[in-house]
Design a protein around this ligand. Sequence first.
Ligand SMILES: [Zn+2]
Length: 118
Amino acid sequence: MKKFDLNRILQWLAHILRCPVCGHKYEASQTKIIDAADDKPMMGRSILVHTDCDKCKSSVVFSIAIDGPEIFSIGMVTDLTSQDTSKFKNSQPISSDEVLATHEFLREFDGDFRSILK
Ligand SMILES: [Zn+2]
């Protein structure tokens, strides 16, 4: 079975991907693979890539699915760094109950962080 050459994929991604905010071409050095799904078979594998734009300083996370000769990518502008993206990639989504609980908390919160961080 053929193996992924992640360095070649990174170079190729930096060549074809453009910043959705300003259109600047990405640098390979600013593009990091967060999750290459090494435990999955090559067909149907999905790669998570984080890249920073040199020009406008925005960051984008791309999910890239490779299915034989076809490659699909979905990009999402984010304020996460590549380290944050690695940290949170397997986290559960925030539930609506958690959002409501935070809203309720903030409605009553007096702004005194010293008292809540004790
Ligand atoms: Zn940009």
